[in-house]
Design a binder for this molecule. Structure first.
Ligand SMILES: [Zn+2]
Ligand SMILES: [Zn+2]
Length: 312
């Protein structure tokens, strides 16, 4: 009984705790510092529950990638934070140049709405960019070469949430954030969107035995994301949403059949060993072929990068 009650409560409780912590952090004099403290606290809480009530026991085993996962997380998330803190992130710089050209569009942001509604609107708009970027990363080899790093994991747990190639991350950030800058969304909207993204992301990858029920229709939950990591193409090329699954619902890539998502995940291509090798691998022809898991040159006509990455 306690297990069932906890498995229903965990996702909403940890998400709410993260948002409450973010709300506290944003009111302090050092919002970034306190936000990171809250983030780390939620990471630790999830890691504890992963041991207490794992979804998949096999995923508790070490895969030798933990340090690489952390390094990629620090580079992508940490780098973005530092850039944002000094006010020089790529989207910001681009928007500063582009915004005057879109002066009328910039005036369209509904600043007079209650903040919570502005954040919801911002999440839906940002999610469209995230959806396009993520789906393209699966359907074009030129982008799959960067995204494969994320799918090379054979276990899902809180620590490999941030395992993204930095190019993959920048592409996603650009497509999701630039429209908001151009529309003139204010800083609090950006802060809250990043908070929601941070905590939903942590939960998405967790190896906790959580039940999300009707939440699966709205949010990118662990259950939906486990399907996304499936080795089976028809299952894996679905559920592209990062926070919300509204665009998956609209474009027909939503996937949530009534059976257990796979525990056997990964790709057939080979990802290099070591953080730096993983960073440079997509840039060389040899590395690209290794990622695709084939020796000869890939077919240019192929539409799905993932299709190429799974053995025939
Ligand atoms: Zn993916
Ligand atoms: Zn993932």
């Amino acid at each position: 009984m306690l297990h069932i009650a906890t498995s229903w409560a965990l996702w909403p409780a940890l998400f709410a705790a993260g948002l409450a912590g973010a709300g506290f952090a944003f009111r302090t004099d050092a919002p970034l510092l306190w936000f990171n403290v809250v983030y780390l606290t939620i990471v630790i809480a999830i890691a504890v529950f992963e041991r207490l009530m794992p979804y998949e026991r096999e995923w508790l085993k070490h895969d030798g990638e933990t340090l690489n996962d952390i390094a990629h997380t620090l580079l992508t998330k940490g780098g973005v934070q530092i850039a944002a803190a000094i006010g020089a992130s790529a989207p910001m710089a681009i928007a500063t140049v582009a915004q005057p050209a879109f002066a009328s569009a910039a005036a369209t942001w509904p600043d007079h709405w209650p903040l919570v509604l502005q954040v919801v609107l911002g999440l839906v708009i940002a999610e469209f960019g995230l959806y396009v970027a993520h789906r393209a990363a699966h359907e074009f080899l030129s982008l799959w070469r960067f995204h494969a790093l994320h799918h090379s994991v054979e276990r899902l747990w809180v620590v490999n949430t941030g395992r993204f190639h930095v190019v993959d991350s920048l592409f996603k950030i650009a497509l999701s954030q630039i429209p908001l800058y151009l529309l003139g969304a204010s800083l609090p909207v950006f802060l809250w969107i990043s908070a929601v993204t941070a905590f939903i992301g942590l939960l998405t990858h967790c190896n906790m035995d959580v039940r999300t029920g009707p939440l699966d229709w709205v949010f990118s939950t662990p259950r939906l994301h486990r399907w996304h990591h499936s080795k089976v193409l028809a299952e894996g090329n679905t559920n592209y949403g990062e926070n919300l699954v509204v665009w998956d619902q609209i474009f027909g890539t939503y996937f949530n059949p009534p059976r257990r998502p796979p525990a056997d995940i990964g790709i057939s291509g080979r990802i290099a060993e070591g953080f730096l090798a993983q960073l440079v691998q997509p840039f060389s022809a040899k590395g690209f072929r290794q990622i695709l898991g084939r020796r000869h040159k890939p077919q240019v006509s192929s539409l799905s990068g993932k299709e190429e990455a799974v053995p025939e």
